[in-house]
Design a protein around this ligand. Structure first.
Ligand code: ATP
Length: 140
């Protein structure tokens, strides 16, 4: 694949550099079917991103879907960096942990406790649901 048909992708969370490789394209799918695709020579940008899945097409046309939580995407001449709170490959997802997080968030959302941070609970629920969806193989 020619140099102009690929770019460097980095997916970084505070705990690890999950991905650092040359790719052909990426598509971020999040909330209500919204998506953002990046191909080589995309215009530079910085944007906030929501929790969702990232479909990565490598230079051999192989596709991989990973989980990404909310963060930022930066597109520059050097490549694409996606900096997020957390990111996992499908095989790294602990399903029991995600189910527990889902239950916890649901309980918080229906609780009448005025000290519950509803937005935080909603975001935790979305993360858990995307993880479960990817682990079941239904995402992307
Ligand atoms: P939890 O309440 O279970 O911590 P969370 O959505 O609040 O879930 P994050 O803040 O997104 O967790 O992630 C914190 C760290 O834990 C990250 O390194 C992330 O990769 C890891 N992590 C969280 N949930 C899972 C999971 N179900 N499987 C694997 N790793 C997970």
């Amino acid at each position: 694949m020619k140099e102009k048909d690929r770019f460097k992708l980095d997916v970084i969370s505070p705990e690890r550099v999950l991905i650092s490789q040359e790719v052909a394209s990426v598509v971020l799918l999040s909330g209500l079917g919204s998506s953002m695709g990046v191909l080589p020579r995309h215009a530079p940008l910085i944007a906030k991103t929501n929790t969702g899945t990232l479909k990565i097409r490598d230079i051999n046309k192989k596709e991989t879907v990973i989980f990404v939580s909310s963060g930022f995407i930066m597109v520059s001449l050097e490549g694409v960096s996606i900096v997020v709170r957390s990111a996992e490959k499908k095989e790294m997802i602990d399903v029991d942990r995600a189910r527990a997080a889902q239950e916890r968030a649901k309980k918080r959302l229906i609780s009448r406790d005025m000290y519950i941070d509803l937005q935080r609970a909603r975001e935790a629920l979305v993360r858990a649901e995307y993880r479960l969806k990817l682990a079941r193989g239904a995402a992307g």
